[in-house]
Structure formats: structure tokens, C-alpha cells
Design a protein around this ligand. Sequence first.
Ligand code: NAD
Length: 476
Amino acid sequence: MATDITHEELETTAELLALIEDPAGREVYDPATNELIGRTGETDAAGVDDAVVRARKAQQSWALMTHESRSDFLHKVADAIESVAEPLAELLSREQGKPLNGPNARFEVDACASWLRAHADFVIEPEVLVDDESGRAEMHYVPVGVVGAVGPWNWPMMISVWQMAPALRMGNAVILKPSEYTPLSVQALVAVMNSVLPVDIVQIVSGGGEIGQALVGHQGVDKVMFTGSVETGKKIMRSAADNLSRLTLELGGNDAGIVLEDAEPEKMAEDLFWGAFINTGQTCAAMKRLYVPASLYERVCDTLVEFAKNMPMGNGLDESNVLGPLQNRAQYDIVERLVEAAKNDGATVLLGGDPDNASVGNFYPTTLVADIDNNNPLVSEEQFGPVLPIIKYDDINQAIEWANGLEVGLGASVWGENSDELKRVASLLEAGSVWLNKHGAIDPRVPFGGVKQSGFGLEFGVDGLKQVALPKVISW
Ligand code: NAD
């Protein structure tokens, strides 16, 4: 529904909340303090049907607009988000837990605006396939129709924009189903967007997996974009099968980083740290296991401990913190179980690993684990928290084999000085993105997506626009 307010009127988080809250809805709590933040409305199956009917109607005139007109809208939406960036960041920090500072809440809101602007400015023209004496053939890209987008709780606003920006630019209507853990952030973002967009071009249906399922299996949804776990991705593929809906699946990962023999640990410590601990480790393409040659093992461990022990963790609204709590208790329990598995196996905890279970909030301390076997569950399972296992290797071929040994392949990184060797190792890694001397860096111009069970389809760039369009060949 379009919002009746103008975004200029919104100055505080309380005003944002007042706009979206359902006083009779489900309570949502702050993962740092356990305090009540607000109440979210929940959609039922009939509400999903209603949203689809509205979206199909609204999409028709949106699709008829020129690319230039839709790009203008996207820039105006970015302006609106920037004008209320601080209340949006504060709500995000309270609901997700991520601090305002560091690569966290303010960074995420800023990324929403820049992703919208980048997508507004991409050029997508018909491609000439043949043009000779036999005739001419052109590839055109037309809107798919209604996009159903289901999202996770780790980067709730930014990932929603990753789904919405290309879909809107290409002339589609979008129905979002945010994670049940972070509904308010996405509802607030969409309320701000809808102060600019035509009615029903972007709608939200709220609730748990069953509402997600009702959306992705709906006959009136032409394309499904999903970001979340591998397990749910498989269910979504099944739900989309009956309608043969188009699919983009951005699923989980367990990214490896490989340090090479000639690397300089002191130079890399900060980038290694943030590659693993961005968003307190709750990032799909964060480095979740680090392979280090025996010759550098102690130096890498020592420099990482030195850097990590000084990074403050606490309530996100405190300006000094750069690490926060885990967003929910279920994720905290996964992290705790995996670190215990490592300890039971005789691994050495270099830092952290000793949560205070009696304290308020889902804080799990920054944890570095050494002398760990590659088969330990802390290495082989996606832990999605502030933990990094550091695995020693003797031979680079062994490290590559271990890095490729899992069923997922989202990102990977290689660290060292010799660019030929960095590129050689990168070429052997099974991942959708491989970074050299950095990890997890994303750019709206550069396509991003997984291989193996990390999913398929690309987001970002002109390739990302094509994923929310239908190819149509016109020839004469
Ligand atoms: P999740 O799969 O548990 O839930 C994601 C969303 O799916 C939620 O909105 C949930 O309500 C919905 N859902 C659950 N069951 C459904 C069903 N049967 N049909 C339709 N929707 C359903 O994931 P999560 O715990 O919210 O997110 C963490 C996971 O997401 C991690 O594995 C992480 O690696 C992954 N992730 C991937 C990317 C990427 O770009 N590849 C980005 C962020 C997170």
C-alpha cells in the first residue's frame, strides 16, 4: 500500500515505528537488551492472494513506463531513504542487533541508496544478434511480471533492495516476504519507499515460512527471488515447480580463505578480520574457515588475536561498538554447539569461546580457534557467527582440496604477494566469487551469485537486470 506520509515528516525511529506497527500484532524484541521494540502485523493466505491481485494490476502501467521514468523513481526512492537514514539505521540496529558504526547499520542503509542509484543508471538495450544479408535478429528484455522475494534476517534492508532494485527497474511489481526475525526493518524501509512509488508496486506480506511458501507457490507470481539457507532453497524450488516460476536462489555458503606462503600477516590482519567478522559473522559470503601454511601459522594466529581482541562488542546503539549480538537465540545455540564440538575435539581456543549464558542479550564473544581438524563440524558446517577456525596446511594442493571439499560454493579468497600465484589458486577454487587479498567485497556493478548448493542466478549489474526479465527474440 502507498504510504500517506511524506518522508520529510519522519525524523525519529518512534515516528517510523508508528507508521508500520500493528498494535495487536506479534512482539519483536531487541537481541541486545531483550526489550520490546514493536509489534508486527502478520499476513494470512488470503492476504497473499490480495497482494498478488493488486501487484498484477499495478505492474501493467509500471511496465509501460520508459526505463528513464523508472530510473527517475529509483533515484527519488534513494533520496527518500537518505533523508531518513538515521532513524532507519537505528531501527535496524535495534531489531537486527548490528551496531550503528563499523560495516553495520549505517553502512547497510547507505548501501540501500547506492544500490538503487546504481540500478537506476545501468544501461540495458536490445542486443543485436545477427545483422547481415540473411536478416537481423535482436534480443529484447521485457518484464517478468510479479516478483515474489523472500529474504533472511542478517542484512534485511540491503538484501531486500538487492531483490527490489533490479526488479523495479525492469518494470516488475514486487511482493516481499521479510524474515519473521526482522520484519520491522523491512516494513519501515518499504514505507519510506512507498512515499515515492506508485501504489502497490512494492508490497509486503509478513509472517513465517508458511507465508513465504504461499507466496512462492502462488500462480500469480512469475519470478521468485530467494536469499536464505540451502535447506529452504530446496523447498522453494519444489514450491515453484508447479508454476515453473523463474528462480534466483542466493543460498548459504561456508567460504574458505587461503593464505599463501609469501603473505605478510601483519599487513592483512584487518582485512582478514573484517572478511570473517563483518556483521558479527552473520554474512553469507563471510570467510568462515581460514587455511594457513605451517610456516606462517603462528604469525597469522598471533596477529589475528591482536587485532580481534580490540574490537568492541556490545549494544549496537552505543557508538563505540563495531560488533553486536547474534540476531536470535537459535543462531546463538548453533554457534555455541559448534565451538563446543571444536573444544571436545582438542582444538585450541585462542580468543573467546567462553560465552556468559546468564548475561542479557545474544552476545557470543569474538572467537578464534586453532589446531583444528578440517573435518571438525566448526569447519564443515556454516556457523554464521563471530567465530573463525584456522586450519594449518603443509601443501597448497591440500588446502585447495579442503577449500573445495564442501557442497557449497558462494565465495572464497586467496591472500599473498605474488599475483600470478594468487590468480592460479583463484582459478582452481569452486566458488561464484573469488577475492584476492580481500573477502566479501561487493559492488552493484559486479554480478554476485553462488555455485554448487549455494544456488544459481546472478544479482547485480546488467546480468542481474536480465534475471528479472524475460528474453524475447525479434527477428526479420
Ligand atoms: P532461512 O532459509 O531460514 O529463512 C529465509 C527466509 O525463508 C525467511 O524469510 C523464512 O521465513 C523463509 N522461509 C522459510 N521456509 C520457507 C518455505 N518453505 N517457503 C518459502 N519461504 C520460507 O534463512 P535465514 O536463517 O533467514 O538466513 C540465513 C541463511 O541465509 C544462511 O544460510 C546464509 O548463508 C544465507 N544467506 C545467503 C545470502 C546470499 O546472498 N547467498 C545472503 C544472506 C544470507
